[in-house]
Design a protein around this ligand. Structure first.
Ligand SMILES: Nc1ncnc2c1ncn2[C@@H]1O[C@H](COP(=O)(O)OP(=O)(O)OP(=O)(O)O)[C@@H](O)[C@H]1O
Ligand SMILES: [Mg+2]
Length: 482
């Protein structure tokens, strides 16, 4: 990277190019071009921060150049110069993503100021991104892997809500990462010096749960030989995570409501001293709490207290683009844990992972990769090394006769589809799940590959973009992500 910011000036008139070069050469690395071809080769070769292009480039159109520049993986800021300062052209350029426009004849002071301001904005944006990455790395968002839009939405919400003291309700199917998200919220919050305390609400009878949450005094019940501090007291100043909150008995729901109200009050079981706890509450459920409220099984006032901010973890089948990244992470983890050199996934194994419906979500994927790492005898995890459910799904999905070599004769649209899927799986397997590298291999953009991965097999079911497209095939839960 050059230490100076870079600017590319495109104009078919030599005196404009020269004038702008002189204007910028003290503060920027300046590149110039008279046409789109020359400009594109600079854009492909150099990391250009700013593109300043004339609208009329001989017979060519500067708008075309802006369109192409904005499609690059790290697009420059684009500014249009036009002698035809009509509002229409300016509006059109901005609509297509240009930052601003200037009219000719150029007022150089104005141009200089505009460019400096745009550069400043870009620098701030880059600094922000770098800072955010540092924060993520330090506080555990980097443990939540994935690059889908749905996951990014979740991460953004986590970043946003974490510093507040708002209670958070995390819903989502089993294995989607609810506990991981709860941890991240705590780690990113101002309470991260105090404890994060987890209570598995489903595992305990109402009596035991009450004493677990609030503690008990000596002799409160048979077997209570000592005074015991409850989870709320332990979590004081920190965060309490109530897992499977829907399972809490109504008798305990009342007591929870009290500790969550303004008084924050509770008593230990068998005690009459009223205690107070400063605790942030995060609750998780794979049930539809609203439905339970409607059926009178969950208190509505408690629901409102819990549901200040709601985060919905999307099921894995609706974000298949995350699979390669997750696979890569789990491969590294389990190879290391098993003292094995890093193994790869064979293309047909990757294909099976992409085709599968994942009722158990990320947890099931994690287990599948662990299974594969343990079972693999060679340098590659093959279909045979994967758990039976995946193997069965893979054989059920593949129509007979389509093989990995079937690139030549594609006779029906289905073949074409299958062939594409195979190619994608192969590229991902060859790059160890690295989407960027796989996209390069396939000669398509990263974004396109993301989309294609996500669309795989979804097209065969009814297509509900972000809803529970085929939730009937999943087990033991009653809702998707909306
Ligand atoms: N995005 C992710 N990146 C990395 N690991 C993940 C991700 N999502 C989930 N996992 C892993 O998958 C497993 C299940 O996640 P977690 O326990 O957070 O799910 P959950 O939603 O709480 O499940 P349950 O409802 O069954 O309690 C864990 O091992 C977790 O580390
Ligand atoms: Mg959990």
């Amino acid at each position: 990277m050059s230490p100076q910011p870079t600017i590319l000036v495109v104009d078919d008139e030599k005196h404009t190019r020269d004038g702008l070069r002189r204007l910028f050469e003290n503060d920027y690395d300046v590149y110039v071009s008279a046409d789109i071809g020359g400009a594109m080769s600079v854009l492909e070769r150099e990391q250009i921060d700013m593109l300043l292009t004339d609208l009329r480039l001989g017979s060519e159109d500067g708008m075309t150049l802006i369109d192409r520049a904005l499609k690059m993986s790290r697009p420059p800021i684009c500014i249009m110069m036009t002698a035809y300062g009509s509002i229409d052209v300016a509006v059109e350029a901005m609509k297509r993503g240009a930052y601003d426009f200037v009219t000719k004849p150029l007022n150089l002071d104005k141009v200089e100021l505009l460019i400096a301001r745009a550069m400043q904005g870009r620098k701030l944006e880059q600094e922000n991104r770098a800072l955010r990455q540092q924060v993520d790395e330090r506080y555990g968002l980097e443990n939540i892997w994935g690059d889908s839009a749905a996951l990014h939405e979740v991460l953004d919400t986590i970043r946003q809500v974490a510093p507040s003291s708002a209670n958070v309700l995390i819903e989502g199917e089993s294995g989607t990462g609810k506990e991981l998200a709860a941890h991240a919220i705590h780690n990113l919050s101002r309470r991260n010096k105090a404890k994060f305390v987890t209570v598995h609400c489903a595992a305990l009878s109402p009596q035991l749960l009450e004493s677990e949450l609030f503690g008990h005094e000596k002799g409160a019940f048979t077997g209570a030989h000592e005074r015991r501090i409850g989870r709320f007291e332990q979590a004081n100043g920190g965060t309490i995570f109530l897992d499977e909150v829907a399972e809490i008995d109504p008798s305990i729901q009342v007591k929870l409501l009290r500790v969550m109200s303004e008084q924050r009050a509770f008593e230990r079981v068998g005690g009459n001293q009223t205690l107070r706890a400063d605790v942030r509450l995060i609750a998780a459920t794979n049930k539809n709490l609203e439905e339970l409220v409607r059926d009178g099984k969950f208190r509505d006032d408690l629901f409102f207290r819990l549901n200040v901010v709601r985060i919905t973890m999307p099921p894995l089948r609706n974000r298949k683009e995350d699979i390669p990244i997750l696979v890569r992470g789990f491969l590294r983890h389990f190879c290391k844990a098993n003292d094995k050199p890093l193994v790869e996934l064979a293309p047909e194994a990757m294909d099976a992972l992409l085709a599968y419906n994942w009722p158990g979500n990320v947890r099931e994927l994690r287990t599948a990769i662990e299974h594969g790492v343990v079972m693999a005898t060679g340098p590659k995890i093959t279909l045979r090394d994967l758990p039976i459910a995946l193997r069965q799904a893979a054989t059920a999905k593949l129509p007979g006769g389509v093989s990995a070599q079937a690139f030549g004769e594609t006779t029906s649209p289905l073949d074409l589809h299958e062939t594409e899927r195979k190619l994608i799986a192969q590229a991902l397997a060859a790059t160890n799940g690295n989407v960027t590298a796989a996209a390069k291999k396939l000669g398509i953009s990263r974004r396109t590959l993301h989309r294609k991965i996500n669309e795989m097999n979804v097209a065969k079911t009814s297509k509900a973009p972000r809803g529970n497209a085929d939730v009937s095939a999943s087990e033991g839960h009653s809702r998707g992500d909306k």
